[in-house]
Design a protein around this ligand. Structure first.
Ligand code: PAF
Length: 278
């Protein structure tokens, strides 16, 4: 497994990888969710590239970039046994050299949900992922369903900018009690960690109602809101029941639907979602 930093050295190594290339972009501090993406890429493609880059442009002014967890040695130890060919670890100076002034913005899909709560976030995500795609030149790129809006934005960006690749969205990996795996879970104290299962409980309750025949989107949102409101540690930011492709809020559920939420547990912001549909 090669660990490379510069773009020229990466491109040199990339050019010797024949066959199909699977790419897993990450911000490091890997957990089982990331590892499941790498395993899937390994199973699907002849070669696998993982990038580790904490992208400064997707952090808001009130989000602490310097506190984002980092542990490169641990990440490399986790990736090594999975058989990735290259781990690319560019620096901020490499990705955003002085004079950088070109951005990628996906307009409509970024307007609600995370886009409302985190202004500018998806501009940073779409820009860095377009740059990563340009350098890595993958055939398939892997993202987690937990960041459902991010996956939709990247799918749209890849289509609109004619990247010749498939965006593969893989299921959310959960802890035994249902909490979606996330690098941010490490910020939760013991009480908050216990309370955090409320996100999964709320989604599960809404899904049970859906399975029992409920098709009124507002009723499903209300089920989620009520369960979240009963957990004293949880502060709801939004609850959404939206069309899976357009992310527009629904009145009635007819097709694939994204039931999603953002919740503060103390100072930690967690998101989660279920995809439901007939
Ligand atoms: O999901 C992430 O870890 C990041 O948003 C991504 C896609 C690697 C872009 O920085």
């Amino acid at each position: 497994m090669k660990v490379l930093t510069g773009i020229d050295e990466f491109r040199g190594a990339r050019s010797s990888l024949g066959g199909s290339l699977g790419f897993v972009p990450t911000m490091g501090y890997l957990h089982e969710g990331h590892l499941s993406l790498i395993r899937k890429a390994r199973g699907d493609c002849s070669h696998v590239v993982v990038s580790i880059f904490v992208n400064p442009t997707q952090f808001g002014l009130n989000e602490d970039l310097s506190k984002y967890p980092r542990d490169l040695k641990r990440d490399l130890d986790l990736i090594q046994p999975l058989g990735a060919d290259i781990v690319w670890t560019p620096t901020p100076e490499i990705m955003y050299p002085g004079g950088f002034q070109t951005w990628v913005e996906v307009e409509r899909l970024t307007q609600g949900l995370e886009g409302t709560m985190r202004p500018g976030h998806f501009k940073g995500v779409a820009t860095v992922v377009a740059k990563l795609f340009n350098v890595v030149q993958p055939h398939k790129a892997y993202f987690g369903q937990k960041d459902a809006q991010q996956a939709a934005v990247i799918r749209q960006m890849a289509r609109d900018l004619n990247f010749p690749l498939e965006v593969v969205v893989c299921p959310t990996v959960r802890e035994a009690d249902g909490l979606a795996m996330s690098s941010r879970n490490k910020y939760l104290d013991a009480e908050e960690r216990k309370a955090a299962v409320v996100l999964f409980r709320a989604l599960s309750a809404a899904k049970s109602a859906f399975d029992a025949g409920e098709r009124n989107a507002e009723k499903l949102r209300q089920i989620v809101r009520n369960i979240l409101a009963a957990e004293p540690h949880a502060k709801t930011q939004y609850v959404s029941c939206a069309d899976y492709d357009t992310l527009e809020e629904l009145e009635l559920i007819k097709g694939n639907t994204l039931l999603s939420m953002a919740v503060m547990l103390g100072k930690t912001r967690l998101i989660d979602n279920f995809v439901i549909g007939p």
